[in-house]
Ligand binder design. Structure first.
Ligand code: S3P
Length: 425
């Protein structure tokens, strides 16, 4: 589906409730499926990625029903069953990488496959540590499909070269059903939803700085209330900051400190952003955010900043085109391994819109402030975050832009455009 977006005339004003967090939604289905008994998941994401996880656990014999519009009831025997068919992870790296950790220790074999984009993404990062634990995984030169033969696993001490929550979670989930203790250390702390939810569900898990240890544990069923996704809120934060005359309140946003890097960066850029309220649900911090059109200055984003805003970098690059001075984004080489090569795709698109962007091997150098000209057609490359970044770019571009295959927003945020339109009424 093609989408035409033209310049916003009056700014975006009002209040939106941000839909469910994708990372937490995946984990809620995976972990409650492993817990014997009845669990309730409130505010489950209706993005295609999380539906892939839901379907996969149904195929593994878990009874999961919608008992409300966004409420799931999970009735599990605590035992996964041999699936008759191969397991389709769709576009979702989280599904494939976390499930490989869960499935490596079962007493049956499985095959995990995905779409064109997922089939190009690196799986060595999870295959190597799982093999070190005793797993048997065959792949297509370390890419999907992954053919996993169930084995008895043994815990390891793993120093991860990457600050990746998918790698960390994969190993911890393997460790949950392995002999002995498993410890993962990462160079910088990545999102910790796995640690928080496993702890909430009674696992034997301990965190020490950037290291986490886990031993074989039985999970207890739980009621999980899922916060709104700060990675979805990011597009509204961007719109609020760069579309003149905007003022937006975002309700029910997850503010986990391992995820809220965009808020810190916006503050460093001098953006007018405020946390209005904060509380804790199911072990996660949740709150409301107010954001206002702002005069922004450049900043540097690097090192330990990166894991806390990795998914927001495409839209942060867009924000930076509207900041005065030289913004440097570095140490983000893993951005090339996402749903698309987001360094190349974002730099190319922003340049075509008239921005002053230099592509670097590990990020971008962006000189602002530039008025975006627009008047171009942009490809989405199966990447939901590109589709939404380009939409926000269209709201400040002089001439209309056309976004191809806009339906990829459905990967994480089917309500995106409806909520944008709400801010116009
Ligand atoms: C995710 C971790 C991140 C992130 C992805 C979701 C997760 O990936 O980019 O969208 O839910 O654990 P990496 O672990 O590859 O950094």
């Amino acid at each position: 589906m093609e989408k035409r977006v033209s310049k916003s005339k009056h700014g975006l004003r009002g209040c939106v409730v941000i839909p469910s967090d994708k990372s937490i939604s995946h984990r809620s289905v995976m972990f409650t499926s492993l817990a014997k008994g009845k669990s309730i998941i409130n505010n489950f994401s209706d993005g295609a990625d999380c539906i892939s996880t839901l379907n996969l656990f149904r195929q593994l014999g878990i009874n999961i029903e919608y008992t409300g519009e966004k409420t799931l009831t999970v009735n599990s025997s605590g035992i996964l069953k041999y699936p008759e068919q191969d397991l389709n992870c769709g576009n979702s790296g989280t599904t494939m990488r976390l499930c490989s950790g869960i499935l490596a220790s079962r007493d049956f074999d499985t095959v995990l496959y995905g779409d064109e984009s997922l089939s190009k993404r690196p799986m060595k990062r999870v295959i190597d540590p799982l093999m070190a634990m005793g797993a048997d995984i065959q792949s297509n030169d370390y890419k999907a499909p992954l053919r996993i033969k169930g084995k008895n696993l043994t815990g390891i001490v793993y120093n991860s070269p990457l600050a990746s929550a998918q790698v960390k979670s994969c190993i911890l989930l393997a460790g949950l059903n392995a002999d002995g203790k498993t410890t993962v250390t990462e160079p910088y702390l990545s999102r910790n939803h796995t640690e928080l939810m496993l702890k909430y569900m009674g696992a034997d898990i301990a965190v020490n700085g950037n290291s986490v240890s886990i031993s074989r544990s039985k999970l207890e069923p739980a009621v999980i209330d899922i916060a709104g996704d700060i990675s979805s809120a990011a597009f509204f934060i961007a719109a609020g900051l760069i579309v003149p005359n905007s003022e937006i309140i975002l309700k029910n946003v997850g503010l986990n400190p391992t995820r809220n890097g965009i808020i810190n960066v916006v503050k460093r850029m001098g953006g007018n952003i405020e946390i209005l309220s904060e509380n804790t649900t199911s072990g996660e911090i949740v709150g409301d955010i107010k954001v206002h059109y702002s005069e922004l200055n450049s900043c540097e984003i690097s090192g330990a900043d990166i894991p806390g805003l990795i998914d927001e970098l495409p839209v942060i690059a867009l924000i930076s085109t509207q900041a005065r001075g030289r913004t440097v984004i570095k140490d983000a080489q893993d951005l090339r391994k996402k749903e698309s090569d987001r360094i190349s795709t974002v730099a190319t698109a922003l340049k075509s819109l008239g921005a002053n962007v230099e592509e670097q091997s590990d990020g971008f150098i962006i000189n602002g402030k530039t008025n975006l000209t627009g008047g171009v057609e942009l490809e989405t490359f199966h990447d939901h975050r590109l589709a939404m970044t380009y939409y926000i770019a269209g709201l400040i571009s002089k001439s209309e832009i056309l976004i191809k295959d806009f339906e990829w927003v459905n990967t994480s945020f089917p309500e995106f455009e409806t909520l944008i339109n709400k801010l116009y009424s």
